[in-house]
Design a binder for this molecule. Structure first.
Ligand SMILES: *Cc1c(COP(=O)(O)O)cnc(C)c1O
Length: 393
């Protein structure tokens, strides 16, 4: 049968019919352990009753009004996000790329108000910020940019986790107004920077009057053991973007701002038809309440350690494993060879994983994963890895 979907994805040969917690169930009733959460989206697992209840209740009342009117759920969600972040205000949109677009526009506005005609933003090698023209231009991956030139101007690229490279860029370019960076690089291979990297970035931004803009689209909403990954450091950014897990599968994105950055996007300067609609906000409100009620963020640290220690133990005799690294439930297992094939091999064993940056197995399990499921994940995947490196040696 010919498909009438544009061929933008290499899809695996499975169709899921429903989910229950960490499990996805296919059309033939096979159960798969989901260690990817729809790419860091379903942090509460699938079909969580709190999200289900919230969107059912809201859909009985009102789905959408547009931002021409006040929206009570949007106000409520913004209050919660501000309380959690220490930021000042929020712009709501529908995806990660859109949240970063808002951040990029905000940085440009900041530059223009400083009197710069061509403001520039420092971005990182191996970063990922989305697929719209501006966000793919900000992204540090030539595969993602291939075929879409001319790219959006105004980005200066430096290596990740390299403060001196930023100092050099600043010395050579008077147009730089902001730094856009992931606290942990997700698509780039679960790259965790030096512990004081964000503190150093904060210092540089203060010295040079730059906006520190953190892309927390993958690392945010509890994934790393804090609501925001930047909360592992004693800093606060000027701009911060969220999406993925914020609605547990209901599309919603957010761009949070603080201080002078919070006053730049004024009436008429930016907008979104769907952004922050009553339905999407009802889901996000339920997500934030559930993370607190079930203590899931604190537990993510312990669960991440269990997983890290489990893999370290099961893979200790495998010299082809370069590194096992994690921050909470953002986990990377790097091999000494390309291993994209592992995704299919794991699927055949009813385990859902991902490989990113060619050689790194990426795990983003739901925060509700329990100890038995962790044991199953570690044992199944370790066997798969050991068989694979033996076979391809
Ligand atoms: C997924 C992701 C994005 C893009 O989000 P979309 O909702 O797919 O547009 C941006 N930045 C990071 C760090 C991401 O992980």
């Amino acid at each position: 049968m010919t498909s009438h979907i544009m061929p933008t994805y290499n899809r695996l040969p499975v169709t899921f019919d429903r989910g229950e917690g960490v499990w996805l169930i296919d059309e033939n009733n096979n159960r798969y352990l989901d260690a990817l959460s729809g790419i860091a989206v379903c942090n509460l697992g699938h079909a969580h009753s709190a999200v289900h209840k919230a969107i059912c209740e809201q859909s009985k009342k009102l789905l959408h009004t547009s931002n021409i009117y006040k929206i009570a759920n949007q106000e409520k969600l913004a209050d919660k996000l501000i309380e959690k972040s220490g930021m000042d205000n929020v712009f709501f949109c529908n995806s990660g790329a859109e949240a970063n677009e808002a951040a990029i526009k905000l940085a440009r506005k900041f530059g223009h108000e400083k009197g710069l005609d061509s403001p520039a933003i420092i971005v990182m090698e191996k970063s990922f910020h989305g697929r719209t023209l501006a966000t793919l231009s900000a992204t540090g991956n030539s595969k993602i940019q291939q075929g879409f030139a001319p790219l959006v101007e105004g980005f200066v690229r430096v290596p990740y986790n390299d403060i001196n490279a930023i100092k050099t860029a600043l010395a050579h370019n008077k147009n730089i107004v902001a730094i856009l960076v992931e606290p942990i690089q997700g698509e780039g291979g679960i790259n965790i920077p030096a512990p004081d990297y964000l503190n150093e970035l904060r210092k540089l931004c203060d010295q040079h009057e730059l906006l520190l803009m953190l892309d927390e689209i993958q690392s945010g909403v509890g994934r790393t053991g804090k609501f925001f990954a930047f909360q592992h450091n004693d800093i606060i950014p000027d701009v911060c973007t969220l999406a993925k897990a914020l609605g547990n599968g209901v599309p919603i994105g957010a761009c949070l701002a603080r201080g002078k950055a919070a006053q730049l996007l004024t009436a008429g300067a930016h907008g979104s038809t769907f952004g922050g609609n009553p339905l999407a906000c009802s889901a996000a409100i339920a997500v934030l309440a559930t993370l607190d009620n079930e203590n899931l963020i604190e537990l993510a640290t312990q669960k991440g350690k269990l997983i890290h220690d489990g893999f370290t133990e099961h893979l200790k005799n495998n010299s082809h494993v370069v590194d096992v690294r994690n921050k909470g439930l953002m986990i990377g297992i790097e091999l000494d060879r390309p291993c994209a094939e592992l995704v299919k091999i794991a699927l055949e064993q009813h385990l859902l994983i991902n490989v990113t940056n060619d050689t790194t197995i990426r795990l983003l399990p739901p925060l509700i994963i329990d100890e038995l499921q962790i044991k199953l994940l570690v044992e199944t995947l370790s066997t798969i890895i050991n068989d694979y490196t033996e076979k391809t040696a």
